[in-house]
Design a protein around this ligand. Structure first.
Ligand code: FAD
Length: 467
C-alpha cells in the first residue's frame, strides 16, 4: 500500500508524507514526548474528515486529531499513524447576532474568531489565556478562562457539535440530540469522535475594560477575598498567580537549597461601555490586599489579547523552546490553601525557568461537562506550575512532577488533562472515578476499532494496521 497516494485519492485537501511535515507534527508544546506519524491530512471539508476516518477504519490505522498542538503529553501526536490537522477547517459558517450564536469549523483559532466578533460587539463568554489555540482543541479538554467563575468552561458554552465518529458516521449532537455523544466529545480528548463544526454561545461585549492590579502577601487572605468577590459577583474577570521573591539558599535535609517568600498578585477586571464609565474603586471595598499596585483601562480587545506580550517575551527569551511539562490541578477549596503553601515552601524559584505559577479560583458547581473532572466542592482553586525546563534537566524534574501530581490527587485534586500527564491505568481509573466503566463502553460504541487518538487514555488496545 502507498499510504500517501491511496489516501490522496480519497481526499480533496492536502495529504503529505513529506519528512519536514512529519517532523513538524512529531512534537507538541510540551516537548517531552515525541511520536512521528506516517502521514498528515489537511482536510478541506467535513467530507474529507469522513473519508480519512473511513480509510483509517478500513485499514485499521490510527488517526489522531491535531489542533494548535499546545497540549503537553503527546495528546495530539501519533506513532506511525494518520495525523488529521484540523487547523485547515477554520471558517466561520454562520454568525447570528440576533440569537448571539456562531457556527464555526473546529480548527478556527479563538483569536481569529474574537477578531471577527468584536466589531459586532459580540464575544465568547469564556476565553482561554492563549487565543492561538483551536476551538476544537479547547472544547476537547474543557477550556478554562478568567471568566469561568461566571460562565463555566468553553465546553459549557457550546450548543451543538457536528462530529465524525470512529466509524466515519457524521452525527449532530447537543444537550437534546445524541446527548451521550455530546457529553463524550466535550472534554473527551478526541477519543470518541472528531469535532468538525461547533455552534457556540456568544454574549454582548462591552467596549472597554478596567483592571485593578492587587498584591497579597498571604494566600489565605487572597482566598478569602477572591471568594468574597465571586460570591458578590463583583468583577467580570478574575486572575491570580503565585510569584517568588527569592531569599537565597537555606539548609535542608538535601543540602543547601534555594527558596523564596511567595506573593500573590490578583487582577480584578470589569468590562464596561465607555459611554457609561464610572470609577469602580468601591468594588474593592472590604478587600484586605497588601498593596494596590496599578490600575489600567483600555479597549476590551487589549484585555482579551493581554497575554500576547508575555508570549512574545517568552519566545524572545527562549522559554518557548524549553520543555513544558506543565502541571495543572483543580483542588477543592478546603485543601487548596494548605496544599499550595506546602508546595510553594519546597519549590525552588529558579525551577520555573521563566514560566509562572497560576492560580485559578472558580465556582466548583459552574460546569456541567461530565468529562471535565473537578472536585466536589462549592468553590475550587486551580493550581498550575507552568515551568520551562531545559532538556538536560528533564529526567531530574519529571519524577518530582509525577510525585506532585500524585500528591495533588491525594489532596482531592483533579488534573487538567492538557498538561503533563503520566497516569498508569489505576490513576486513569481514579481520575474518572465512576465514569470509567461508561467511558470504555462509549469508546467501543463510537470508536469500536480504537483508531482515534490511541496512546493517551487507555480506553482500548492500540490498533494494528492491516497489511
Ligand atoms: C501558553 C498556553 C496557555 C494556555 N492557556 C490555557 C488557558 O488559559 N485555559 C485552558 O483551558 N487551557 C490553556 N492552555 C492549554 C490549551 O488550551 C490546551 O492544550 C488545548 O487543548 C490547546 O488547543 P490546541 O488547538 O492546541 O489543541 P491540541 O493540543 O492540538 O489538541 C488537544 C487535544 O484535543 C484533541 N482535538 C483537537 N482538535 C480536535 C477535534 N477537532 N476533534 C476531536 N479532538 C480534537 C487532540 O487530539 C488532543 O487530544 C494553554 C496552553 C498554552 C501552551
Amino acid at each position: 500500500m502507498n499510504l500517501v497516494a491511496d489516501l490522496q485519492r480519497e481526499i480533496k485537501g492536502l495529504v503529505s508524507g513529506q519528512d519536514s511535515h512529519l517532523e513538524e507534527a512529531s512534537q507538541d508544546f510540551g516537548k517531552v514526548r515525541f511520536k512521528k506519524p506516517a502521514v498528515i491530512v489537511r482536510p478541506s471539508s467535513s467530507q474529507d474528515v469522513v473519508q480519512a476516518v473511513r480509510f483509517a477504519f478500513e485499514h485499521n490505522l490510527s488517526l489522531t486529531t491535531r489542533g494548535g498542538a499546545h497540549s503537553q503529553s503527546g495528546q495530539c501526536l501519533s506513532e506511525n499513524g494518520v495525523i488529521l490537522d484540523i487547523k485547515s477547517l477554520n471558517r466561520i459558517i454562520d454568525l447570528d447576532p440576533q440569537s448571539q450564536t456562531v457556527l464555526v469549523e473546529g480548527g478556527i483559532l479563538w483569536g481569529d474568531l474574537v477578531n471577527t466578533l468584536l466589531p459586532q460587539s459580540l464575544v465568547p463568554p469564556v476565553l482561554t489565556n492563549n487565543l492561538n489555540v483551536t476551538v476544537s482543541g479547547t472544547l476537547s479538554v474543557a477550556g478554562l478562562g478568567v471568566a469561568s467563575h461566571r460562565y463555566g468552561t468553553q465546553a459549557d458554552q457550546c450548543i451543538e457539535l457536528e462530529v465524525v465518529t470512529g466509524t466515519g458516521e457524521v452525527l449532530t449532537c447537543s444537550r437534546e440530540q445524541n446527548a451521550e455523544l455530546f457529553n463524550a466529545v466535550r472534554a473527551g480528548l478526541g477519543q470518541f469522535g472528531i469535532i468538525v463544526k461547533a455552534r457556540l454561545r456568544l454574549r454582548k461585549a462591552g467596549s472597554h475594560y478596567r483592571t485593578h492590579f492587587l498584591l497579597y502577601d498571604d494566600l489565605s487572605q487572597l482566598m478569602k477575598d477572591v471568594r468574597f468577590v465571586m460570591e458578590g459577583d463583583r468583577f467580570d474577570f478574575i486572575e491570580s498567580w503565585a510569584v517568588p521573591c527569592p531569599q537565597g539558599f537555606r539548609r535542608t535535609g538535601m543540602g543547601r537549597q534555594p527558596f523564596a517568600a511567595w506573593f500573590f498578585p490578583l487582577h480584578l477586571t470589569e468590562e464596561f461601555e465607555s459611554a457609561t464609565a464610572s470609577p469602580s474603586e468601591d468594588k474593592l471595598t472590604g478587600l484586605a490586599f497588601y498593596k494596590k499596585v496599578h490600575m489600567e483601562e483600555g479597549p476590551l480587545q487589549n484585555f482579551l489579547f493581554r497575554l500576547e506580550d508575555l508570549f512574545a517575551l517568552w519566545k524572545r527569551a527562549g522559554y518557548w523552546d524549553a520543555c513544558h511539562p506543565w502541571i495543572e490541578t483543580v483542588l477543592p477549596w478546603q485543601s487548596a490553601g494548605l496544599f499550595i503553601n506546602q508546595v510553594l515552601s519546597q519549590f525552588p524559584p529558579h525551577a520555573l525557568g521563566g514560566g509562572h505559577i497560576l492560580l485559578w479560583p472558580c465556582r466548583g458547581t459552574i460546569s456541567e461537562v461530565p468529562l471535565f473532572q473537578t472536585p466536589r466542592s462549592d468553590f475550587v482553586m486551580g493550581f498550575g506550575i507552568l515551568s520551562g525546563v531545559p532538556k538536560p534537566f528533564l529526567a531530574e524534574v519529571l519524577p518530582r512532577l509525577n510525585l506532585l501530581s500524585d500528591l495533588s490527587q491525594n489532596a482531592g485534586g483533579k488534573r487538567y488533562l492538557s498538561g503533563w500527564i503520566n497516569f498508569d491505568l489505576a490513576k486513569w481509573q481514579a481520575h474518572f472515578g465512576d465514569y470509567w466503566g461508561g467511558l470504555i463502553e462509549l469508546k467501543s460504541k463510537y470508536d469500536p476499532q480504537g483508531i482515534l487518538n490511541p496512546g493517551f487514555i487507555p480506553l482500548s488496545k492500540t490498533p494494528q494496521p492491516r497489511a
